[in-house]
Design a protein around this ligand. Sequence first.
Ligand code: DGT
Ligand code: CA
Ligand code: CA
Ligand code: ZN
Length: 577
Amino acid sequence: MNNTQIAELLRNVAASYQYKDPIKYKFQIIAYNRAADSIEHATSELKDLWDDGKLDDVPSIGVSIAKHLDELFRTGKSKHFEDLMKDIPKEAFILMALPKIGLKTALRLIAQGKPDEVKRLLKDAEKLKAKNKRLLLPYAENLALEVIEWIKKSEYVENVDVLGSLRRRSATVGDIDILAAPKNSKTQKIHTKGGYFNSKLIEHFTKYPKAQKIIEAGDTTASLLLPNNVQVDLLVMDSEAYGNALQHFTGSKFHNIALREHAKKLGYSLNEYGVKKANSGQRIANRFKTEEELYEFLGLRYIEPELREDAGEIESSLNNSLPNLVKLEDIKADLQIHSNFDIETSHDLGVSTMEEIIEKASQLGYEYIAFTEHNPSKKGHTNQQKINLIKQKSEAIEQLNYSRESNSEKRIPKVFNSLEIDINKDGSLPLPDKAFDFLDFTLVSIHGVFDLSRFDQTKRVINALSYPKVKIFAHPTARKINEREGVELDWEKIFDFCLKNNKWIEINADPMRLDLPDTLVRDAVKLGVKLTLGTDTHEVSMMNNMKYGVDVARRGWAEKKNIINTRSLKEFEEMLQ
Ligand code: DGT
Ligand code: CA
Ligand code: CA
Ligand code: ZN
């Protein structure tokens, strides 16, 4: 079984628990789904890790799941999984691939639907599953880093870089592209009719231990197939024209077209090997070791890879108005974190303690953080109970901040009491006014009713943002990459409202969200709408995802000034007034 199949199996197990009793098996459901996510994004085959006794290395596989997986690898099946799923027809699990169909609905369709209709749905589901999904950025990044580590082991390599969408830090990556310069190219370069033959380096690359297949291996290029059908392309280029190749294969395609247009105006033509005077019959091209030199030769300020999407970057480079992009080091806070402090929330609680999170925030050098658990669930709580729960949390946070003030040696971040509040269908919030008194500020998000009309959805959001204590519209499109499209919103109206009422929009750094998406970030930045970064952490290590949020911000041309949580604690506190 490969990782994709195992992940699917674990998701089916979670669905079976959900079907049996969502309350009783709450923790199993979360654990199995988390393990599935984690396995799907592991860079090694689980079976190989199991062979090496390293199943523990995969985050989110607990003792109990590990035990069942062990049985699965040893005997080809797990009794526990089989018992759990034995009364459920296989087709039901297949139908779950369709949007909005859970196990319950799938079983009802099978029991009550017309056979023809079920057959058609099954076909659709299979098709959807077969559709090649693009890789999430961190997964592609980790795979690439491992390949690069391998390439660097060769004594024939001088330099290696990633190329393509990965270097541009796109939210998703189709395939991985890598550039390498050979060391002592004179000694290992063999001239052939076609060009150079960098056999030693290409040969080393093709021996990558995790490769499942060599798709192609030639004089200067090779492609491998990695687990999960991921392709990695290597290009070998002499150091003399390394900058040309780096620029060309970083793309994007559209940036390159625009760059060639610009070069043409100057009378040059360019490709991956160099820049030439056009129509001059010039034989020797201008070759550049670095991209900086290449852009400079074309009369341009250096353009960061994140900006290379043909979105006005060449013009900005020419008139010296490129943004000074925000950096990870500029971030002084994480503004969406779910701790395990139990306020009987409407959605999943975090698994890490407040103390663990504060410790991590301190390691990351943050000055402040916000605990943003979901609101207490609507069902089963009176208003007074909700108020009591929020009050309890605020007292716990007061304690933490108190011990921070009395501990002057260590730099401990200040904690804000916040919440991520569900927006009701009508735009009201499921929290009594009095509860807001205990909160410093709050986030609001769409967690259901995704299919309202643009008009109604916009009205709903603006209504929610109108509450005085609400500052941040979190994961605003509510998209889930490869799973769910974003909701319909009138962004002009939302941005305008935020500007006029000093509300902020989140860039959610969870790699499966990356929401607000980069193109909308660009619009927000143009208008001067302020943004916040939050990791939506549910487990302390997720706080490391901040860099992916910064990637999105950079792709949206955001500078430090556009991001609220680049402000110092003092400035932030003033902004909350
Ligand atoms: P991806 O892989 O779909 O996430 O996107 P990219 O941008 O990595 O595209 P890829 O892998 O097809 O090609 C890498 C870069 O090579 C691309 O950004 C621009 C550059 N490039 C050079 N020549 C061509 C060409 O003929 N077609 C395309 N599509 N790209 C080219
Ligand atoms: Ca690519
Ligand atoms: Ca490629
Ligand atoms: Zn949320």
